[in-house]
Design a protein. Sequence first.
Length: 281
Amino acid sequence: MEAPAGNGGRRDEPSRMTASGLPLYRLLDPRDAADAAQRPIEDAVNIPLSELSQRTHELTSHAETILVAGPRELADQTVTWLRAHGRGAEVAGSFEYLAAGGSLPPGRLWSPREFLLDVLPRLAPGRALDLACGCGREAVYLASCGWDVTAVDVLPEALARGRALAERYGGIVRPIGWRQLDLESQDAQFESDYDLVIVFRFLHRPLLARLRHWLRPGGSLVYETFTTLHRERHGKPARDAHVLRPGELCELLYGLEIRDCSEGWRADGSHTARVWAARAS
C-alpha cells in the first residue's frame, strides 16, 4: 500500500526506537486485544475502543491528530468517539498488517513532557523522583531510559493508571516505586540523594523550598508549571497559590544553579514557566 501523507501533526521525536527503548508508533489500532495480537498492524499501538475512555493518557497530545488504522467500520467508530471527546482524529490513509507470526515490541503513542525530552539527553541515569506524577508517563519514560524512579501522587486512581502503564511494557521498563502522598503536607519528606527531581504542572511554594534538600550534590531539578498569563486566557488554575507570577520561579529557587529558565506560550496552548536547575557539587 502507498504510505499515508504526513505524520498526523505529530511533534518531531526520534522515530521508532528512542533513547528510552520504547518505540514511538504512529497509528492507533482500536481492535480487541486478541485480534490485534493475532495480526498486528505495522507502526500501531493497540488500545481497544472499549478501553479508550480509561486510557486517554496513552494517546498523543491534544495538539496532534490521531491516525486510526484497522477495519473501516471500527476505525470510523473510533474517530467519531475521539472527536466527540475533543480529540483530532482521522482514519489512516493506508496501513500494513505484519506477516503471519509477526510481532511488534510494545510501543507508545504518548510522549513525556517536551521539556524533559530536552534536558534528559544531558543527564546520566541515576535515581529520579517524580512528584505529582499523575498517570505516570514521565516516570515510565525515565524508567525505560534506565533510571531508578520513585513516583508520587495524592490520587490513588492516577497511581493505578501509572502502574498499569508500566506493566504494559514488561521488562523494557525498570521497576518503579509508586507512593501515595499529599505533597502539600509536612509529611512529604524524601531521602537526600536523588540525581533528578521532576515536577510538572503542580505548584506548592513551600515544597519548592524543600526540593533542593532531596537532591544529591550535582543533582538536577526539572520543573514546569502554569503562570498567571495562562490563567488569564484559560481561567484556570483558579487559585493564586497554583500559578506563578512572571519571573517568580527562578526567584523561588535561589541558591540553585540555573541552567535553563524560560517563560512562554507552548505548542499545546499553555503558558508555563520552566526551569532546569542543579544543586552545587
